[in-house]
Write a protein that binds this ligand. Structure first.
Ligand SMILES: NC(=O)c1ccc[n+]([C@@H]2O[C@H](COP(=O)([O-])OP(=O)(O)OC[C@H]3O[C@@H](n4cnc5c(N)ncnc54)[C@H](O)[C@@H]3O)[C@@H](O)[C@H]2O)c1
Length: 339
């Protein structure tokens, strides 16, 4: 495999951190970028990049720091909205490829904080597209989301399904990214590949997501909130399977349309109550459940049809939820020092 120089945005985030670790191991030269915002515990973000050899004390805004563990990894604390800083970075680094994972994530938060989504996901993404255009980056892989399917009733969700009916601003920004990327492929010949991630979970996961919230509550003997009275199902996808798929897309060149969209998921949806039972089994404790109605902006089910990614890149997901949850619970206990 040829070594490439790759920018990964959102590198202190859950998926970005794991992806950087994988790309470094594959022999690529990686620059990680993140603004380390406080949407959730910043200590978790600093701890992730410390695993990659970047210590909090060595980080200065808009300055690149080299890892003390991997000479092929460097990190920059930078805001996607800072157009000049992004332009300067692209000009000095001349990246071969970009993987844009930085975004304001979360469906529920977008109802109360819409501006954060427009700034990071729309203005920030435009700055990435413009920098790719101006500094001749030929390949951009970026995070989209299963949330673009809204309340799609046809299952599994296929990339050929209509996605004109998002039910949260978060979903609308992700769908907008797909349209913006298509335009830049068409106008400037940049290969853009949008990956619609389906509920990613695993070690170093996000504190605002179900896996983390359930484990935290169950281990600390607090009640868990079960929305839509448990009548929800999700295509929970283990982080290693996501990283493997993103890496396949970055590493392989295929002959196809310049602007492409793929689902990336486990393709085996799990009922929320079964997910909770598996978490109880792994923690060895019983959850106290508070049954609540559906939350605004949330969807009842997700299920990825991954046939396009299988066909073009040979993608297969391997981790079942029992093993994935057990890995998460072990990481959680170790990280938070729970015996
Ligand atoms: N985790 C999932 O289940 C899931 C599902 C669908 C889509 N996604 C998408 O995948 C991507 C990664 O998600 P994640 O779960 O790792 O989330 P995350 O919040 O852990 O990571 C995103 C990172 O981006 C950084 N960031 C946000 N706005 C920024 C900005 N304006 N400038 C620079 N950095 C910024 C944050 O500090 C954070 O560390 C996101 O685009 C998200 O929308 C995730």
């Amino acid at each position: 495999m040829l070594s490439k120089k790759i920018l990964v945005t959102g590198a202190a985030g859950f998926i970005g951190y794991h992806l950087c670790e994988n790309l470094i191991a594959e022999g690529h030269e990686v620059v990680g970028l993140d603004n380390i915002n406080d949407y959730y515990d910043v200590n978790l973000k600093y701890s992730r990049i410390a695993q990659l050899g970047i210590e909090k004390e060595s980080i200065y805004e808009n300055n690149i720091t080299t890892s003390h563990l991997h000479k092929s990894f460097r990190f920059i604390k930078c805001n996607l909205e800072n157009k000049n800083a992004i332009g300067d970075l692209f000009e000095s680094e001349q990246f071969d490829m970009v993987c844009n994972l930085a975004a304001q994530a979360g469906v529920r938060y977008s109802i109360e904080n819409p501006s954060a989504y427009i700034e990071s996901n729309i203005v920030g993404f435009l700055n990435i597209l413009e920098a790719c255009r101006n500094y001749d980056v030929r390949k951009l892989v970026y995070a989209s989301s299963s949330s673009v399917y809204g309340n799609n009733t046809k299952i599994p969700f296929s990339v050929d399904d209509n996605v004109d009916h998002p039910i949260s601003l978060y979903a609308a920004t992700k769908k907008s990214n797909e349209l913006m990327a298509h335009t830049y492929s068409h106008l400037f010949g940049i290969e853009t590949i949008g990956l619609r991630f389906f509920t990613v979970y695993g070690p170093w996961g996000r504190p605002d997501m179900a896996m983390f919230l359930f484990t935290d509550a169950i281990l600390n003997e607090k009640p868990i909130k079960v929305f839509n009275n448990g009548n929800l199902s999700r295509d929970f996808t283990y982080i290693d399977d996501i990283v493997k798929g993103v890496s396949q897309v970055l590493n392989r060149s295929i002959k196809a349309d310049l602007a492409r969209i793929y689902n990336i998921g486990n393709s085996r949806p799990v009922q929320l109550l079964d997910f909770i039972s598996a978490t109880e089994k792994s923690t060895g404790k019983t959850a106290e459940k508070i049954y609540l109605p559906m939350q605004a902006g949330d969807v009842e089910k997700t299920w990825a049809d991954v046939s396009a990614l299988q066909k073009d890149y040979g993608y297969e997901s391997e981790t079942d939820v029992e093993n994935g949850i057990a890995n998460f619970v072990s990481w959680y206990k170790c990280y938070y020092d729970i015996t």
